[in-house]
Design a protein around this ligand. Structure first.
Ligand SMILES: Cc1ncc(COP(=O)(O)O)c(C=O)c1O
Length: 449
Protein backbone atom coordinates (compact mmCIF):
# COMPACT_ATOMS: atom_id res chain seq x y z
CA UNK A 1 0.00 0.00 0.00
CA UNK A 2 1.25 3.53 -0.77
CA UNK A 3 2.30 5.49 2.32
CA UNK A 4 0.62 8.90 2.02
CA UNK A 5 2.06 10.34 5.20
CA UNK A 6 4.47 13.31 4.88
CA UNK A 7 7.99 12.09 4.42
CA UNK A 8 9.67 12.72 7.78
CA UNK A 9 13.24 12.91 6.51
CA UNK A 10 12.48 16.10 4.56
CA UNK A 11 9.90 17.54 6.97
CA UNK A 12 12.55 17.51 9.70
CA UNK A 13 14.53 20.12 7.81
CA UNK A 14 12.86 22.68 10.07
CA UNK A 15 13.66 22.28 13.75
CA UNK A 16 11.57 24.72 15.76
CA UNK A 17 14.04 24.87 18.64
CA UNK A 18 17.25 25.24 16.70
CA UNK A 19 15.86 27.35 13.86
CA UNK A 20 13.74 29.32 16.31
CA UNK A 21 16.84 30.19 18.35
CA UNK A 22 18.59 31.31 15.17
CA UNK A 23 15.57 33.40 14.09
CA UNK A 24 15.36 35.02 17.51
CA UNK A 25 19.07 35.75 17.42
CA UNK A 26 18.56 37.25 13.97
CA UNK A 27 15.78 39.49 15.28
CA UNK A 28 17.79 40.59 18.34
CA UNK A 29 20.84 41.33 16.24
CA UNK A 30 18.73 43.19 13.67
CA UNK A 31 17.27 45.45 16.33
CA UNK A 32 20.75 46.13 17.72
CA UNK A 33 22.21 47.16 14.37
CA UNK A 34 19.22 48.62 12.52
CA UNK A 35 20.43 52.14 13.35
CA UNK A 36 23.55 51.52 11.25
CA UNK A 37 21.60 50.58 8.10
CA UNK A 38 20.31 53.08 5.51
CA UNK A 39 16.77 53.95 6.64
CA UNK A 40 15.24 54.06 3.17
CA UNK A 41 15.86 50.96 1.07
CA UNK A 42 18.54 51.80 -1.49
CA UNK A 43 17.10 49.67 -4.30
CA UNK A 44 15.25 50.34 -7.53
CA UNK A 45 11.85 48.82 -8.36
CA UNK A 46 12.34 45.23 -9.53
CA UNK A 47 15.82 44.79 -7.98
CA UNK A 48 14.65 42.38 -5.29
CA UNK A 49 12.32 40.46 -7.57
CA UNK A 50 15.16 39.94 -10.03
CA UNK A 51 17.23 38.22 -7.33
CA UNK A 52 14.52 35.72 -6.36
CA UNK A 53 13.75 32.40 -8.08
CA UNK A 54 10.70 32.43 -10.35
CA UNK A 55 9.20 29.28 -8.87
CA UNK A 56 8.96 27.63 -5.46
CA UNK A 57 11.56 24.95 -4.71
CA UNK A 58 10.67 21.43 -5.75
CA UNK A 59 12.10 19.89 -2.59
CA UNK A 60 12.02 21.20 1.01
CA UNK A 61 14.92 23.45 1.93
CA UNK A 62 16.35 24.04 5.40
CA UNK A 63 15.02 27.04 7.32
CA UNK A 64 18.61 28.23 7.65
CA UNK A 65 18.52 28.97 3.90
CA UNK A 66 15.50 31.20 4.43
CA UNK A 67 17.37 33.16 7.09
CA UNK A 68 20.41 33.43 4.83
CA UNK A 69 18.32 34.81 1.96
CA UNK A 70 16.55 37.19 4.31
CA UNK A 71 19.96 38.66 5.05
CA UNK A 72 21.45 38.54 1.60
CA UNK A 73 18.51 39.19 -0.70
CA UNK A 74 15.68 40.81 1.20
CA UNK A 75 17.41 43.01 3.77
CA UNK A 76 18.78 45.45 1.17
CA UNK A 77 15.17 45.90 0.04
CA UNK A 78 13.84 46.73 3.49
CA UNK A 79 12.94 50.29 4.46
CA UNK A 80 13.59 50.20 8.18
CA UNK A 81 10.52 51.27 10.12
CA UNK A 82 12.37 50.11 13.26
CA UNK A 83 15.20 52.59 12.58
CA UNK A 84 15.67 55.36 15.16
CA UNK A 85 15.81 57.90 12.30
CA UNK A 86 12.63 56.78 10.57
CA UNK A 87 10.67 60.06 10.51
CA UNK A 88 8.33 59.53 7.54
CA UNK A 89 4.50 59.29 7.48
CA UNK A 90 3.79 58.16 11.03
CA UNK A 91 6.81 56.53 12.64
CA UNK A 92 5.95 53.46 14.67
CA UNK A 93 7.63 50.79 16.79
CA UNK A 94 7.22 47.07 16.92
CA UNK A 95 8.36 46.56 20.49
CA UNK A 96 9.89 43.37 21.86
CA UNK A 97 6.91 41.98 23.82
CA UNK A 98 4.78 42.29 20.69
CA UNK A 99 7.41 40.64 18.49
CA UNK A 100 7.42 37.62 20.79
CA UNK A 101 3.63 37.59 21.03
CA UNK A 102 3.35 37.50 17.23
CA UNK A 103 5.43 34.33 17.26
CA UNK A 104 3.17 32.77 19.88
CA UNK A 105 0.01 33.85 18.04
CA UNK A 106 1.26 32.09 14.93
CA UNK A 107 2.06 29.00 17.02
CA UNK A 108 -1.48 28.94 18.44
CA UNK A 109 -2.97 29.83 15.06
CA UNK A 110 -6.34 30.69 16.61
CA UNK A 111 -8.87 31.63 13.98
CA UNK A 112 -11.72 33.55 15.59
CA UNK A 113 -14.49 32.95 13.10
CA UNK A 114 -16.81 32.20 16.01
CA UNK A 115 -16.54 32.49 19.77
CA UNK A 116 -16.22 28.69 20.04
CA UNK A 117 -13.35 28.47 17.57
CA UNK A 118 -11.32 30.90 19.68
CA UNK A 119 -12.83 31.67 23.11
CA UNK A 120 -9.55 32.92 24.61
CA UNK A 121 -8.74 35.13 21.65
CA UNK A 122 -12.27 36.57 21.57
CA UNK A 123 -12.46 37.26 25.29
CA UNK A 124 -8.92 38.57 25.63
CA UNK A 125 -9.69 41.00 22.80
CA UNK A 126 -12.58 42.43 24.80
CA UNK A 127 -10.61 42.67 28.02
CA UNK A 128 -7.46 44.18 26.52
CA UNK A 129 -9.43 46.76 24.58
CA UNK A 130 -11.34 47.68 27.74
CA UNK A 131 -7.94 48.25 29.33
CA UNK A 132 -7.00 50.52 26.44
CA UNK A 133 -10.31 52.39 26.76
CA UNK A 134 -9.47 53.00 30.41
CA UNK A 135 -5.93 54.13 29.54
CA UNK A 136 -7.25 56.59 26.95
CA UNK A 137 -10.06 57.94 29.15
CA UNK A 138 -12.86 56.54 26.97
CA UNK A 139 -16.31 55.76 28.33
CA UNK A 140 -16.64 52.32 29.93
CA UNK A 141 -18.93 49.81 28.27
CA UNK A 142 -18.43 50.61 24.59
CA UNK A 143 -18.27 47.64 22.29
CA UNK A 144 -14.85 47.15 20.73
CA UNK A 145 -13.02 44.85 18.41
CA UNK A 146 -9.80 44.80 16.39
CA UNK A 147 -9.66 45.33 12.64
CA UNK A 148 -6.52 45.06 10.52
CA UNK A 149 -6.17 48.75 9.65
CA UNK A 150 -7.82 52.12 10.22
CA UNK A 151 -8.88 51.99 6.58
CA UNK A 152 -10.97 48.91 7.33
CA UNK A 153 -12.23 50.39 10.61
CA UNK A 154 -13.43 53.57 8.92
CA UNK A 155 -14.94 51.55 6.09
CA UNK A 156 -16.82 49.43 8.66
CA UNK A 157 -18.03 52.53 10.51
CA UNK A 158 -19.36 53.95 7.24
CA UNK A 159 -21.19 50.69 6.55
CA UNK A 160 -22.76 50.83 10.03
CA UNK A 161 -23.64 54.53 9.63
CA UNK A 162 -25.29 53.90 6.30
CA UNK A 163 -27.23 51.00 7.78
CA UNK A 164 -28.33 53.06 10.78
CA UNK A 165 -29.41 56.16 8.83
CA UNK A 166 -30.48 54.81 5.46
CA UNK A 167 -28.58 57.73 3.88
CA UNK A 168 -25.66 57.76 1.46
CA UNK A 169 -23.55 60.86 2.12
CA UNK A 170 -20.23 60.94 3.98
CA UNK A 171 -18.92 64.28 5.24
CA UNK A 172 -15.31 64.90 6.29
CA UNK A 173 -12.76 67.70 6.15
CA UNK A 174 -10.45 68.23 3.20
CA UNK A 175 -7.62 67.12 5.53
CA UNK A 176 -9.24 63.76 6.37
CA UNK A 177 -7.29 60.63 5.48
CA UNK A 178 -7.75 59.13 2.01
CA UNK A 179 -9.30 56.05 3.63
CA UNK A 180 -12.52 58.08 3.86
CA UNK A 181 -12.46 58.72 0.10
CA UNK A 182 -11.78 55.03 -0.43
CA UNK A 183 -14.64 53.96 1.85
CA UNK A 184 -17.01 56.27 -0.04
CA UNK A 185 -15.81 54.89 -3.36
CA UNK A 186 -16.08 51.24 -2.29
CA UNK A 187 -19.55 51.81 -0.84
CA UNK A 188 -20.83 53.89 -3.73
CA UNK A 189 -21.58 56.69 -1.23
CA UNK A 190 -21.32 60.39 -1.96
CA UNK A 191 -18.53 62.35 -0.27
CA UNK A 192 -18.57 66.01 0.73
CA UNK A 193 -15.36 67.67 1.88
CA UNK A 194 -15.61 70.58 4.29
CA UNK A 195 -12.90 73.27 4.08
CA UNK A 196 -10.47 73.75 6.97
CA UNK A 197 -9.53 76.80 9.01
CA UNK A 198 -6.08 78.34 9.38
CA UNK A 199 -5.09 75.52 11.74
CA UNK A 200 -6.27 72.80 9.31
CA UNK A 201 -9.34 71.88 11.42
CA UNK A 202 -12.70 71.19 9.83
CA UNK A 203 -14.58 74.50 9.64
CA UNK A 204 -17.63 74.03 11.82
CA UNK A 205 -19.26 77.09 10.22
CA UNK A 206 -19.05 75.44 6.80
CA UNK A 207 -20.64 72.05 7.45
CA UNK A 208 -23.64 72.86 5.29
CA UNK A 209 -26.90 70.95 5.43
CA UNK A 210 -26.36 67.63 7.24
CA UNK A 211 -29.95 66.42 6.95
CA UNK A 212 -28.96 63.87 4.30
CA UNK A 213 -25.57 62.99 5.82
CA UNK A 214 -25.17 59.36 6.86
CA UNK A 215 -21.70 59.67 8.39
CA UNK A 216 -19.50 62.52 9.54
CA UNK A 217 -15.83 61.56 9.91
CA UNK A 218 -14.03 63.85 12.36
CA UNK A 219 -10.27 63.51 12.70
CA UNK A 220 -8.23 63.79 15.88
CA UNK A 221 -4.70 64.03 14.50
CA UNK A 222 -4.96 64.54 10.75
CA UNK A 223 -2.46 62.80 8.53
CA UNK A 224 -0.60 65.83 7.24
CA UNK A 225 -0.35 68.13 10.27
CA UNK A 226 -2.10 66.22 13.13
CA UNK A 227 -4.83 68.86 13.41
CA UNK A 228 -7.68 68.15 15.81
CA UNK A 229 -11.24 68.70 14.62
CA UNK A 230 -13.68 70.19 17.15
CA UNK A 231 -15.36 66.88 17.92
CA UNK A 232 -17.77 68.32 20.51
CA UNK A 233 -19.16 70.89 18.07
CA UNK A 234 -19.39 68.24 15.35
CA UNK A 235 -21.19 65.92 17.81
CA UNK A 236 -23.80 68.64 18.38
CA UNK A 237 -24.29 69.05 14.65
CA UNK A 238 -24.57 65.28 14.14
CA UNK A 239 -27.04 64.93 17.01
CA UNK A 240 -29.21 67.60 15.38
CA UNK A 241 -29.26 65.88 11.99
CA UNK A 242 -29.22 62.21 13.05
CA UNK A 243 -25.80 61.75 11.42
CA UNK A 244 -23.45 58.96 12.55
CA UNK A 245 -20.27 60.48 14.04
CA UNK A 246 -17.10 58.47 13.40
CA UNK A 247 -13.85 59.76 14.92
CA UNK A 248 -10.59 58.87 13.19
CA UNK A 249 -7.85 59.06 15.83
CA UNK A 250 -5.67 56.49 14.09
CA UNK A 251 -2.43 58.23 15.06
CA UNK A 252 -3.19 60.66 17.90
CA UNK A 253 -5.52 58.40 19.90
CA UNK A 254 -2.54 56.73 21.57
CA UNK A 255 -1.45 60.09 23.01
CA UNK A 256 -4.58 60.15 25.19
CA UNK A 257 -2.78 57.85 27.59
CA UNK A 258 -1.22 61.12 28.83
CA UNK A 259 -3.77 63.32 30.61
CA UNK A 260 -2.21 66.50 29.21
CA UNK A 261 -3.36 65.55 25.68
CA UNK A 262 -6.92 64.57 26.60
CA UNK A 263 -8.21 67.99 25.47
CA UNK A 264 -8.00 66.50 21.98
CA UNK A 265 -10.63 63.89 22.89
CA UNK A 266 -13.19 66.47 24.07
CA UNK A 267 -16.54 65.30 22.76
CA UNK A 268 -15.30 61.86 21.67
CA UNK A 269 -17.54 60.28 24.33
CA UNK A 270 -20.46 61.33 22.10
CA UNK A 271 -19.15 59.57 19.00
CA UNK A 272 -20.93 56.60 17.47
CA UNK A 273 -17.62 55.01 16.57
CA UNK A 274 -13.92 55.66 17.06
CA UNK A 275 -10.75 54.20 15.59
CA UNK A 276 -7.30 54.25 17.22
CA UNK A 277 -4.41 52.33 15.68
CA UNK A 278 -2.32 50.46 18.22
CA UNK A 279 0.05 49.93 15.28
CA UNK A 280 0.92 53.58 14.99
CA UNK A 281 2.04 55.08 18.30
CA UNK A 282 1.30 52.25 20.76
CA UNK A 283 4.39 50.07 20.37
CA UNK A 284 2.48 47.35 18.56
CA UNK A 285 3.41 46.05 15.09
CA UNK A 286 1.02 46.40 12.22
CA UNK A 287 -1.74 45.31 11.99
CA UNK A 288 -3.82 46.27 15.03
CA UNK A 289 -6.58 48.84 14.61
CA UNK A 290 -9.00 49.31 17.52
CA UNK A 291 -12.60 50.09 16.65
CA UNK A 292 -14.99 51.15 19.40
CA UNK A 293 -18.69 51.81 19.03
CA UNK A 294 -21.40 53.06 21.34
CA UNK A 295 -23.94 51.46 18.95
CA UNK A 296 -22.96 47.79 18.63
CA UNK A 297 -26.41 46.71 17.50
CA UNK A 298 -26.08 48.88 14.40
CA UNK A 299 -22.76 47.25 13.60
CA UNK A 300 -24.28 43.84 14.16
CA UNK A 301 -27.23 44.60 11.89
CA UNK A 302 -24.82 45.78 9.21
CA UNK A 303 -22.39 42.87 9.39
CA UNK A 304 -24.13 39.83 10.85
CA UNK A 305 -24.50 37.09 8.29
CA UNK A 306 -24.47 33.58 9.70
CA UNK A 307 -24.82 30.69 7.28
CA UNK A 308 -26.19 27.45 8.72
CA UNK A 309 -22.78 25.80 8.91
CA UNK A 310 -21.54 28.56 11.25
CA UNK A 311 -24.63 28.67 13.45
CA UNK A 312 -24.15 28.18 17.19
CA UNK A 313 -26.53 28.84 20.11
CA UNK A 314 -27.65 32.51 20.21
CA UNK A 315 -25.72 33.27 23.38
CA UNK A 316 -22.52 32.25 21.61
CA UNK A 317 -23.34 33.97 18.31
CA UNK A 318 -23.61 37.30 20.07
CA UNK A 319 -20.01 36.97 21.27
CA UNK A 320 -18.49 36.31 17.85
CA UNK A 321 -16.57 39.41 16.85
CA UNK A 322 -16.84 38.49 13.17
CA UNK A 323 -20.45 39.69 13.59
CA UNK A 324 -19.19 43.28 13.88
CA UNK A 325 -16.94 43.71 10.86
CA UNK A 326 -16.12 42.59 7.32
CA UNK A 327 -13.80 39.63 8.05
CA UNK A 328 -14.87 36.15 9.10
CA UNK A 329 -11.46 34.73 9.99
CA UNK A 330 -9.81 36.91 12.61
CA UNK A 331 -6.31 36.30 13.88
CA UNK A 332 -5.17 36.54 17.49
CA UNK A 333 -4.11 40.21 17.37
CA UNK A 334 -5.08 40.85 20.99
CA UNK A 335 -2.15 38.74 22.17
CA UNK A 336 0.47 41.24 21.02
CA UNK A 337 -1.43 44.18 22.45
CA UNK A 338 -1.85 42.33 25.75
CA UNK A 339 1.90 41.71 25.81
CA UNK A 340 2.58 45.39 25.07
CA UNK A 341 0.28 46.64 27.82
CA UNK A 342 1.63 44.20 30.37
CA UNK A 343 5.31 44.64 29.57
CA UNK A 344 5.30 48.44 29.10
CA UNK A 345 2.47 49.34 31.47
CA UNK A 346 0.72 52.67 31.52
CA UNK A 347 3.93 54.36 32.62
CA UNK A 348 5.89 52.94 29.68
CA UNK A 349 3.31 54.11 27.16
CA UNK A 350 3.22 57.56 28.76
CA UNK A 351 7.01 57.82 28.60
CA UNK A 352 7.00 56.79 24.95
CA UNK A 353 4.40 59.40 23.96
CA UNK A 354 5.98 62.17 26.02
CA UNK A 355 9.42 61.48 24.67
CA UNK A 356 8.15 61.73 21.06
CA UNK A 357 6.39 65.01 21.77
CA UNK A 358 9.37 66.44 23.64
CA UNK A 359 11.76 65.58 20.79
CA UNK A 360 9.38 67.12 18.26
CA UNK A 361 9.23 70.27 20.40
CA UNK A 362 13.02 70.58 20.27
CA UNK A 363 13.15 70.08 16.51
CA UNK A 364 10.41 72.67 16.10
CA UNK A 365 12.51 75.14 18.09
CA UNK A 366 15.60 74.59 15.94
CA UNK A 367 13.56 75.24 12.80
CA UNK A 368 11.92 78.34 14.30
CA UNK A 369 15.30 79.79 15.27
CA UNK A 370 17.07 79.09 11.96
CA UNK A 371 17.30 81.64 9.16
CA UNK A 372 15.74 80.61 5.88
CA UNK A 373 13.38 78.01 7.34
CA UNK A 374 9.72 78.25 8.32
CA UNK A 375 7.19 76.25 10.32
CA UNK A 376 4.03 75.54 8.36
CA UNK A 377 1.42 74.37 10.88
CA UNK A 378 0.88 74.39 14.62
CA UNK A 379 2.49 71.33 16.22
CA UNK A 380 0.03 69.36 18.34
CA UNK A 381 1.85 66.08 19.00
CA UNK A 382 5.04 64.56 17.56
CA UNK A 383 4.87 65.80 13.96
CA UNK A 384 6.56 68.97 12.74
CA UNK A 385 5.64 70.51 9.37
CA UNK A 386 8.28 72.87 8.00
CA UNK A 387 10.01 73.96 4.82
CA UNK A 388 12.86 75.92 3.39
CA UNK A 389 11.60 79.38 2.57
CA UNK A 390 11.22 79.77 -1.14
CA UNK A 391 10.19 77.57 -4.00
CA UNK A 392 8.55 74.17 -3.80
CA UNK A 393 11.16 72.80 -6.18
CA UNK A 394 13.95 73.46 -3.68
CA UNK A 395 12.02 71.63 -0.96
CA UNK A 396 11.28 68.71 -3.23
CA UNK A 397 14.94 68.47 -4.22
CA UNK A 398 15.97 68.77 -0.58
CA UNK A 399 13.76 65.89 0.49
CA UNK A 400 15.14 63.73 -2.32
CA UNK A 401 18.71 64.42 -1.22
CA UNK A 402 17.98 63.90 2.46
CA UNK A 403 16.29 60.55 1.87
CA UNK A 404 18.93 59.41 -0.62
CA UNK A 405 21.54 59.92 2.09
CA UNK A 406 20.11 56.92 3.94
CA UNK A 407 20.74 58.77 7.19
CA UNK A 408 17.12 59.70 7.77
CA UNK A 409 13.77 59.13 6.08
CA UNK A 410 11.11 61.85 5.99
CA UNK A 411 8.01 62.49 3.95
CA UNK A 412 6.08 65.50 2.69
CA UNK A 413 2.62 66.97 2.35
CA UNK A 414 1.06 69.90 0.54
CA UNK A 415 -0.45 72.70 2.62
CA UNK A 416 -2.18 75.70 1.11
CA UNK A 417 -0.71 74.68 -2.22
CA UNK A 418 2.87 74.61 -0.95
CA UNK A 419 5.23 71.65 -0.71
CA UNK A 420 5.99 71.01 2.97
CA UNK A 421 8.37 68.62 4.75
CA UNK A 422 7.22 66.52 7.67
CA UNK A 423 9.24 65.09 10.54
CA UNK A 424 7.18 62.49 12.43
CA UNK A 425 8.60 61.03 15.63
CA UNK A 426 7.25 57.77 17.01
CA UNK A 427 10.00 55.17 17.06
CA UNK A 428 10.83 54.19 20.65
CA UNK A 429 14.58 54.01 20.00
CA UNK A 430 14.74 57.61 18.70
CA UNK A 431 16.89 59.87 20.86
CA UNK A 432 17.73 63.56 20.78
CA UNK A 433 20.94 62.66 18.89
CA UNK A 434 18.83 61.13 16.11
CA UNK A 435 16.60 64.19 15.82
CA UNK A 436 19.64 66.47 15.86
CA UNK A 437 21.19 64.36 13.12
CA UNK A 438 18.02 64.83 11.05
CA UNK A 439 18.35 68.59 11.46
CA UNK A 440 22.06 68.50 10.57
CA UNK A 441 21.36 66.45 7.44
CA UNK A 442 18.65 68.91 6.40
CA UNK A 443 20.91 71.91 6.93
CA UNK A 444 23.85 70.23 5.19
CA UNK A 445 21.83 69.16 2.15
CA UNK A 446 20.07 72.53 1.93
CA UNK A 447 23.50 74.20 1.70
CA UNK A 448 24.42 71.89 -1.21
CA UNK A 449 21.30 72.61 -3.26
C1 LIG B 1 -5.61 59.91 10.33
C2 LIG B 1 -5.39 58.58 9.64
N1 LIG B 1 -6.42 57.76 9.46
C3 LIG B 1 -6.27 56.56 8.85
C4 LIG B 1 -5.05 56.15 8.38
C5 LIG B 1 -4.93 54.81 7.70
O1 LIG B 1 -4.29 53.90 8.53
P1 LIG B 1 -4.14 52.37 8.11
O2 LIG B 1 -2.82 52.28 7.41
O3 LIG B 1 -4.17 51.63 9.41
O4 LIG B 1 -5.26 52.03 7.22
C6 LIG B 1 -3.94 56.98 8.54
C7 LIG B 1 -2.61 56.55 8.07
O5 LIG B 1 -1.62 57.17 8.27
C8 LIG B 1 -4.12 58.23 9.18
O6 LIG B 1 -3.10 59.09 9.30
Amino acid sequence: MTDLRPQPARAELTDLRADGAAALEWAARYLERVGELPVLAQVAPGDIRARLPKTAPEEPEPFADVLRDLDEILLPGVTHWQHPRYFAYFATSSSEPAILAELLAAALNSVAILWRTAPASTELEGVVLDWVADLLGLPAGWHVHIEDTASTSTFAACVAGREATGRDLIVCSEQAHSSVDKAARMLGMRLRKVPVDAEFRMRTDALGDLSDAAVMVATVGTTAVTAVDAVGVLADACAGSGTWLHVDAAYAGAAMVCPEFRWAFDGVDRADSLVVNAHKWMLTPTDCSLLWTSRPEDFRRAFSLIPEYLRTPDAEDALSLSEYGPALGRRFRALKLWAVLRCHGRSGLERHIRSGVELATRFERWVAEADGWELCAPRRFSVVCFRLQGEDERNRALLERVNASGEVFMSHCVLNGRYVLRLAIGQMSTTEDDVRRAWEVLVREAARL
